[in-house]
Design a protein around this ligand. Sequence first.
Ligand code: NAD
Length: 371
Amino acid sequence: AVVGVVVSDDPAERRVPVVPDVARRLAGLGAAVVMQRGAAARAPFAEDAYPDVTWVDSAAEVLACADLMWTLGPPPDEVLARLRPGSVLLGLLQPYGSAARVQALTDRGITAFAMELLPRISRAQAMDVLSSQGAASGYQGALIAASLAPKFFPMLTYAAGTIRPARALVVGAGVAGLQAIATARRLGAVVSAYDVRPETREQIESLGARFVDTGVSAAGTGGYARELTEGEVAAQAQKLARAVADSDVVITTAAIPGRRAPVIVTGAMLAGMAPGSVVVDLAAETGGNVEGTVADQEVVLGGVRVVGPTHVPSRMPVHTSEMYAKNLLNFIAPALAGGALNLDWNDEVIAGTALTHAGRVVHDRVRQTLN
Ligand code: NAD
């Protein structure tokens, strides 16, 4: 197999899907790796750190020989149109984002694996891109909140007295939320957290944070939350409003895959916070958990600074590239034994992550949303 990487067309994307160590391991599996000059420059990794890679000047040269393309986000139309028929594409393809893109993939007979669709079973944890990148987002979210907050996170004793620690509230205690809690705790904040899945209570408490109990429980399938009913939303809102008002900093991380993020923190809740308080909405990329969030901007709502950073894992691209590349390697390595690509369609991880194959949309849920 020939693994190919082209330069991302998204200027805010600083990660690279193949890092030097993973290139070495691909070579060890008998695969060739061809990358377009510049693909690793924003992370940055130097090209001479990749002795196992053949660097070429243009995307066209990569596309002409690669039969296993690795990407971060969905490739632009001009790349899609030049993928070799029958070749394999691997990355965060936003399977619910564009019917036209899915059509382009089936038209060209591409076997596309959208890593967002990876089944959340324990065997697949080492391949889970949403988890590795989510952890990075949560960490960054806490740092962004700490840097914008008008208060210290830790308790601080100085000559004239003692400063009380900041109070942080984390909404959504999945992978990103738990990392935000851990990071805010390490910085010394007093942290509380909230999630609709009841099993998060123990995880939140084990990190030294307080669980905000709203009496609403909405465990879904596959480790995901289900959507709440209207009554549940109202019950949640009342308890949550209090927790928000009591916080100096709120970090929201609640997303539902393939859907717009639920609005959890309303304008009325923001109005209850002290002026100058900070909200970091890590769900901004899918619409935000906070009423009024604007992606990539700071807005002041009811005296509260609300920021909706996007491309958050790209803020620490060396480590997030490393994590991402290892996730992809763990996913595809079993199919690469011997150098040629041999996909095992009886493997639920392979079958469950596939978006398109042999001219068809093979993922049931995606196909249903397209019809
Ligand atoms: P996510 O990014 O889809 O959602 C973030 C969190 O927001 C979730 O915890 C969710 O319950 C919560 N949320 C959704 N709607 C909410 C609402 N209205 N109010 C409050 N909270 C709300 O989730 P994630 O972090 O990717 O994963 C969630 C869980 O899945 C993990 O904590 C883990 O238990 C499980 N998981 C399992 C595997 C595996 O076994 N391979 C891999 C990754 C995650």
